[in-house]
Ligand binder design. Structure first.
Ligand SMILES: *Cc1c(COP(=O)(O)O)cnc(C)c1O
Length: 363
């Protein structure tokens, strides 16, 4: 059994993917070829945002967003320490300081009610992470942003395709940032990502920063980078996108079925009112994670832990001065979480094998 099955997906859409990639090889415009504008139009329309700027990765995408927001030395960004390293790495990369806030134990997402007490004159942005594929309460987040004049940057690397009150992830905040890393809900065949906004000025800045800060050829107004999305990868996304909503629905169904069958034996991921979940990871909480993982491994079922260590426990963030105990919900989650195989092609038979193995391990 595969944890994430990209091979079956490729076989399903092979003709379209091969054709789209072949077309790029034939026209030969590998950098900023016609597929780039095409995929940006399609993605913007999917997410419900005015502008999409495709970029070279989900990490680069967050960094470009922070630069476009003019965040740098002396500034603070409020975010969570229970996430992939990229979220806070980019804050350091632009010279700013991450200010951590604990998570809500039910959703694993930022505890929105703890944010306001951390806002200072230096706070320039809040970066909520839609962990495992579900969005935190953006109505509340946007209200806080508006009240204090702070930007909301959604790290939607795991939640592309998820919705909240009918609005799609990446179309709800000042800037939405996602990743097309192969294992994400919408993955390409290498690195990639995209930025979304309704704001004309931010869109112009992000576009310029992506390509060396130039608004026209040989005229550089901002400190930029080489953050372009590959044309070949844009072709892969263009071929996969027409199937994506169907995959999102399959993910939702499989996640709901897992939860229904496992609810009695462990803590299953809850979907908040008004939300749909894309289960980038289907993540349980259990008391004895090592035992569960060992039993599942014996049964040929792969598992993974996202994330065994919080960011404030990582040596690179030590200088921030946090210590163990500062974010009890993050720390507790990092000891209890375990993720099960999840992808849109997971058969009911395989789901049942996983469920039986989890039940017998916990019994
Ligand atoms: C994957 C991920 C990123 C980074 O995306 P890459 O494309 O791998 O650079 C950022 N934030 C979160 C929460 C992620 O899961």
């Amino acid at each position: 059994m595969q944890f994430i099955d990209l091979k079956t997906q490729y076989k399903e859409y092979q003709t379209e993917i091969d054709g789209a990639m072949q077309a790029v090889m034939e026209h030969g415009r590998f950098i900023m070829g016609p597929e780039i504008a095409e995929v940006e139009t399609e993605l913007a329309s999917f997410a419900g945002a005015k502008h999409c700027i495709s970029v070279s990765s989900g990490t680069h995408s967050l960094e470009i967003a922070l630069r476009a927001l003019n965040i740098g030395p002396g500034d603070e960004v409020i975010t969570v320490p229970f996430t992939w390293i990229s979220s806070s790495e980019v804050i350091l990369l632009v010279g700013a300081k991450p200010v951590f806030v604990d998570i809500d134990p039910v959703t694993f997402n930022i505890d929105v009610d703890q944010i306001e007490s951390l806002i200072t004159e230096k706070t320039k942005a809040i970066m909520p992470v839609c962990l495992f594929g579900q969005m935190p309460n953006f109505e509340k987040l946007n209200a806080i942003g508006k009240k204090h004049g702070i930007a909301i940057l959604e790290d939607a690397a795991q939640s592309f395709g998820a919705t909240q009150n009918g609005k799609r992830s990446c179309g709800v905040a000042d800037i939405g940032s996602t990743s097309f890393f192969p294992a994400k809900p919408l993955g390409c065949y290498g690195d990639g990502g995209a930025l979304f906004t309704d704001d004309e000025e931010l869109a112009t800045a992000m576009k310029a920063i992506r390509t060396h800060g130039g608004t026209k050829r040989h005229h550089h107004t901002l400190v930029g980078t080489n953050g372009r999305f590959d044309t070949l990868q844009a072709a892969v996304i263009l071929a996969k996108l027409p199937h994506f909503q169907k995959e999102v629905e399959a993910r939702g169904r499989i996640g709901a079925r897992y939860s229904e069958l496992l609810r009695d034996c462990c803590t299953v991921p809850e979907v908040m009112d008004g939300n749909t979940h894309v289960y980038a990871q289907y993540t349980l909480r259990v008391d004895d994670r090592e035992a569960l993982q060992a039993r599942l491994k014996e049964a040929g079922i792969p598992t993974a832990v996202y994330y065994p260590k919080c960011l404030h426990e990582q040596p690179v963030f030590e200088f921030l001065g946090y210590s163990y105990g500062d974010f009890p919900e993050c720390e507790k989650a990092s000891k209890e979480v375990v993720s099960l195989p999840m992808h849109p092609f997971l058969t009911e038979q395989d789901q049942d094998l996983v469920v039986e193995a989890v039940k017998s391990a916990i019994a």
